[in-house]
Design a binder for this molecule. Structure first.
Ligand code: ACO
Length: 378
């Protein structure tokens, strides 16, 4: 009997229709609701972009005031969220903490299935509002510091830095983080978004979809790479060591962190914007080392197999930017989640609005026609 062959890793498979965002991999373009990312980065705030992803249009002034206020007034963590956080080990991994506390907040909603469209839209705002609070409260707790109450007069990015440090961030740092938040807010049918949509397609609730998406983002082949980029740069140590270190790593068959992408066959436009931001933000030698590592890595990958079209991805210079604004490296992936929650929730809303259960098939490769033998005869 002939069987369709599975596309390994679902490469090239169109798994859903979406009007939220799209990656044009051949051209190296990323579009949110029809806006090229270059139109938005450095111009629109994260709040404007979250609204755009949820509603399909940029907000006018009163809509922007409203969404800012909705996000700002919902930043406080519920007592169940605080209690859950207090129970977790201080050496737990931030992504595990985020996943667990979001789940605890969801458990407190006591919903057995998806909410109405209006309620789900409110949940999108609430979860987007609390992700930074969870991370900052955890960071303070593991450093034996009191939590810092969120401020309603600050933007999402400035307030995140404020809650982490207890002091108001410089405008430069807040703007750099805001640009990062805008760039990372959505990205087509990436692995974590797809995970969230599969969960939403069963008509499960928003929290369940977000918890699943956080789990998918954690791995190094997706959102887990930026701290590994810094680990790689640390291990390289100095510009003279870049080439020998990378040759050795590639010789062993290791992957260079922050290089390669499933969809982009041209430069990732986010990497291009973050490179420029990193060059302005970095106050030490990290940018120079990263830039050297990028050039060398690209040359060695091309030497290894010409024409493969590998480039640095968004994670490579994210690491330098997040380091420059003072975030500890093990918070990088969770900070990515604090931006991507806007996109995840937009996709959940879109899935709910025109739902059909996502249930693909598999190609069976196991044995056939086996006969049962009792345990005594095995
Ligand atoms: N270092 C060395 N070689 C690489 C790298 C890399 N970083 N990435 C891809 N390749 C090579 C592979 O060895 C393979 O070579 P081959 O043609 O000789 O077999 C070829 O490029 C294609 O690689 P795949 O694994 O098939 O690519 P895939 O699309 O499955 O994976 C991924 C994409 C996971 C991002 C991959 O490039 C990778 O592992 N990168 C390193 C980790 C990383 O940077 N993760 C962050 C991704 S960005 C994000 O999700 C936000």
């Amino acid at each position: 009997m002939s069987q369709a062959v599975a596309a390994k890793g679902l490469e090239g498979v169109i798994a859903a229709s979406t009007a939220v965002s799209h990656v044009y991999g051949e051209e190296g373009r990323l579009v949110y609701r029809g806006y090229d990312i270059h139109e938005l980065a450095g111009k629109a705030s994260f709040e404007e972009v979250a609204y755009l992803l949820w509603e399909g249009e940029l907000p006018n002034q009163s809509q922007l005031d409203e969404i800012r206020s909705e996000l700002a007034t919902q930043r406080r963590l519920s007592k169940e969220g605080i209690a859950c956080l207090a129970d977790l080990a201080t050496d737990a991994l931030p992504m595990d903490v985020l996943r667990t506390v979001v789940s605890a907040v969801g458990a407190n909603q006591r919903v057995s299935r998806r909410s109405s469209a209006d309620e789900a839209r409110r949940e999108a705002v609430t979860f987007t509002a609390i992700f930074p609070t969870i991370l900052a409260a955890f960071e303070r707790r593991r450093r034996n510091l009191d939590p810092v109450e969120p401020r309603e007069d600050l933007s999402q990015s400035a307030n995140y830095l404020f809650m982490l440090t207890g002091s108001e961030p410089s405008q430069i740092d807040a703007q750099a983080l805001d640009t990062y938040f805008v760039l990372l807010a959505d990205h087509g049918m990436n692995a974590s978004t797809f995970t969230g949509r599969v969960i939403a397609s069963t008509e499960a609730d928003m929290a369940s979809a977000l918890v699943g998406a956080i789990g998918a983002l954690k791995g190094p082949l997706h959102g887990g790479a930026p701290s590994l980029v810094l680990d790689m740069l640390d291990a390289i140590g100095s510009p003279d060591n870049v080439e020998s270190w990378m040759r050795e790593a590639l010789g062993r068959g290791d992957r260079l962190m922050g290089f390669g992408h499933r969809v982009y066959k041209a430069e990732d436009p986010r990497a291009e914007i973050l490179r420029e931001l990193a060059s302005r933000m970095d106050k030490g030698d990290l940018y120079a080392l990263a830039s050297n590592a990028e050039q060398t890595g690209l040359r060695l990958l091309e030497e290894q197999k010409p024409g493969r079209r590998l480039y640095t991805n968004v994670e490579f210079y994210s690491a330098v930017v997040l380091n420059a604004v003072g975030l500890p490296r093990d918070l990088f992936t969770a900070t990515f989640a604090a931006s991507r929650v806007a996109g995840w929730s937009a996709h959940v809303l879109e899935q709910y609005a025109d739902n059909r259960l996502i249930r693909p098939q598999s190609q069976y490769t196991g044995p056939q026609d086996r006969r049962f033998t009792p345990v005594s005869a095995r």
